[in-house]
Design a protein around this ligand. Structure first.
Ligand code: SAH
Ligand code: SF4
Length: 350
């Protein structure tokens, strides 16, 4: 019965050892299967060429490799950005984007189908929340791209959790997926090469700080006063800026790590000199960096991106407070590579 077969990507290495043990197989077989999955990215047990036939048959009878199913894909006009819409078994859709920089191959992955946070400028926020992704659904996005990149001898070098969903709202699966992807005997990506981006879930950030992990955190701040942030990010009502900043300081103190703050510049909204000053005051002296990203317009929000002049003025003001920042160009705007936008187009036929 296919429904009773176990999804092998849900298993940790220790669990894989026990599973194979139950099938009467020695431990070294677990290492072989693990490497086929996380180093060779196979999608069928039959491709595990160093396993005996009887074991492949046992695996096929008892387990399944739930690789990701591609529903649609798009390439940017410069060919350097590719966006894939994956279809999940229950007809949910999630997005993953590959961005090629000089040497880096950065994947932007999803952690939930939809998002419950309702940020007004965000295409995912506008669609609402469907469900958390499983560990295997988070990991399968990466393995699918890793498999494709391997054909041209390329590798995934960085991962940002900036696709659909709020990673810290799916805390356990997100962190288990990071553990899986950083496992040295498997996919072996450095923990520092993954970035978790969060809208600012205060208790989850504290919990994360206490875990003292190496994986960096980015905070989607987008406004420096409660009046402004309340308008853009509903959860600011629950955890206002002062509380969020206390938690950010706690994180830095606990981990000694630099925090990144994300700021989507919305014309005439949060790109004013007053906001830049308020932000400078908030971050002055803090171990942090700000990413300024001109807004990617979405169907459900009337705001537009700030002009080059406004972006430069904002950045110059911030530098007066000793706060470093980088202006990021949104990659792949021509393929709706902003968070949630491809799903929107395919599912609602826009
Ligand atoms: N939920 C997490 C991670 C996913 S969103 C978070 O909010 O941080 C990833 C980043 O894209 C966040 O910084 C988010 O604020 C930003 N973002 C969402 N919609 C955007 C848009 N239309 N233009 C620019 N940035 C956007
Ligand atoms: Fe969710 Fe992040 Fe979009 Fe906000 S910006 S709705 S937290 S995905």
């Amino acid at each position: 019965m296919p429904s009773q077969r176990l999804n092998i990507f849900e298993l940790t290495f220790e669990e894989l050892i026990s599973f194979l043990n139950e099938l009467g197989e020695p431990k070294f077989r677990a290492q072989q299967v693990w490497e086929w999955l996380y180093k060779k990215y196979v999608t069928e047990f039959a491709e595990m060429r160093n396993l005996p036939r009887h074991l492949i048959e046992k695996l096929e009878a008892n387990a399944v490799i739930h690789s990701a199913t591609i529903a649609s894909e798009q390439h940017s006009s410069d060919g350097r950005t590719k966006k894939v819409l994956f279809q999940l078994p229950d007809d949910q859709y999630i997005e993953t984007v590959l961005m090629r920089y000089d040497k880096r191959r950065t994947l932007c992955i999803s952690t939930q189908a939809g998002c419950a946070m309702g940020c007004v400028f965000c295409a995912t926020g506008q669609m609402g929340f469907f469900r958390n992704l499983t560990v295997s659904e988070i990991v399968a996005q990466v393995l699918c791209f890793a498999h494709e990149l391997a054909q041209t001898d390329e590798h995934v070098t960085n991962i940002v959790m900036m696709g659909m969903g709020e990673p810290l709202h799916n805390y356990n699966n997100t962190l288990a997926a990071i553990d899986r992807l950083t496992d040295e005997t498997g996919f072996n990506l450095g923990a520092r090469k993954i970035t978790i981006s969060t809208v600012g879930l205060v208790p989850a950030i504290r919990r994360y700080a206490d875990e003292q992990r190496q994986t960096p955190l980015a905070i989607s701040l987008h406004a420096a006063t409660d009046e402004e942030r309340d308008k853009l990010i509903p959860i600011n009502n629950r955890w206002p800026i002062a509380e969020l900043m206390d938690t950010c300081r706690y994180y830095i103190e606990k981990t000694g790590r630099r925090l990144t703050f994300e700021w989507a510049l919305i014309s005439g909204e949060n790109d004013t000199i007053e906001q830049a000053r308020a932000l400078g005051n908030l971050l002055h002296g803090m171990l942090c960096h700000v990413n300024l990203i001109p807004l990617n317009p979405t169907a459900g929000f009337s705001g537009g991106p700030s002009s080059k002049e406004r972006v430069e003025a904002f950045q110059a003001e911030l530098s007066h407070y000793g706060v470093s920042s980088t202006v990021r160009v949104r990659r792949g705007i021509d393929i709706q590579a902003g968070c949630g936008q491809l799903r929107d187009r395919v599912v609602s036929g826009q």
